[in-house]
Design a binder for this molecule. Structure first.
Ligand SMILES: *[C@@H]1O[C@H](CO)[C@@H](O)[C@H](O)[C@H]1NC(C)=O
Ligand SMILES: *[C@@H]1O[C@H](CO)[C@@H](O)[C@H](O)[C@H]1NC(C)=O
Length: 261
């Protein structure tokens, strides 16, 4: 090895050591589907003579803070974040987040605040990386059945649809707007009544930013009739049906030939 190779090898080693010991690399990874709850794991050894004081924050925001019964939630986490007190007294400082949003994705840190009122110290506990992922599903329905689409969360603002031949998206549902007759909305579920082959395609549930919370591919199949009704229909159809097409054509050709002659 010449000198420059030695230097680059040394730099590599130095970089590896730095990355290896950087706090970012010890982050615990967790993922949650949008609209569902998430638990950011954390555990801590408590000092028995103190009311536990815990803080959760992101790089830019305060998320949650609890001192005994008292709690504080960050603006973006109002009514959604908690470290339940009964868990905390047992040393479980996991952050419980409800109705996870795409904007919640990122790195979170937890701290324990210790010391008397005048001199306080923050002890770093845990770094957690949260990923928020969208829902994906394939639904098979039969003609005449209902199609139930999950909206998952109040974040859902719109449902759009695209069939297999069109490239345009059609808006089928909007929060607060007048609903179409074939639609029923209950809880966070949307029911499309009595679907036909035309309902086959892709459905997307969008949030207020136009991001897809959920993408559902729907296939529609003809119901398979039980054997008995099938034969019944067949004979019934035969008795009342018109003459076969080939006979009609033959008859018409015959008349045409007569006229030509
Ligand atoms: C810690 O608390 C969270 C909720 O805040 C809970 O989901 C989790 O199961 C708890 N873990 C243990 C080990 O009790
Ligand atoms: C797709 O939608 C277009 C326009 O609404 C319609 O003309 C076409 O028949 C549809 N295709 C299928 C396969 O349903």
């Amino acid at each position: 090895m010449d000198r420059s190779n030695w230097i680059s090898a040394f730099l590599m080693l130095w970089l590896l050591i730095c990355v290896g010991s950087s706090p970012l690399s010890v982050a615990v990874y967790t993922s949650s589907k949008v609209g569902l709850p998430a638990v950011l794991p954390c555990s801590v050894a408590l000092q028995s003579d103190h009311t536990p004081h815990i803080q959760w924050q992101t790089i830019s925001d305060s998320v949650f803070e609890r001192i005994g019964e008292e709690l504080l939630q960050g603006d973006s986490y109002r009514d959604r974040a908690d470290v339940p007190e009964e868990q905390l007294v047992r040393g479980n400082c996991s952050l419980f987040l409800q109705d996870v949003r795409f904007s919640d994705a990122g790195i979170y840190e937890s701290y324990m605040v210790v010391g008397k009122s005048s001199i306080k110290n923050r002890i770093f506990i845990q770094r957690v990386q949260l990923a928020v992922i969208d829902h994906k599903a394939i639904i098979h329905v039969k003609t005449g059945e209902d199609l139930i689409l999950d909206l998952y969360t109040n974040q859902a603002e719109q449902v759009i649809f695209q069939n297999s031949t069109e490239s345009d998206w059609t808006v089928l549902w909007e929060r607060g707007a007048v609903k179409k007759g074939y639609l029923k909305e209950r809880g966070n579920k949307l029911t499309f009544r009595k679907v036909s082959a035309r309902s086959a395609g892709t459905y997307k549930v969008l949030d207020s930013e136009g991001l897809a919370l959920s993408t559902v591919k729907v296939t529609v199949t003809e119901p398979v009739l039980p054997k008995e009704t099938e034969t019944l229909q067949f004979t019934f159809g035969k008795a009342t049906s018109m003459p076969p097409l080939s006979l009609i054509t033959l008859f018409l050709t015959f008349i045409l030939m007569l006229q030509i002659n």
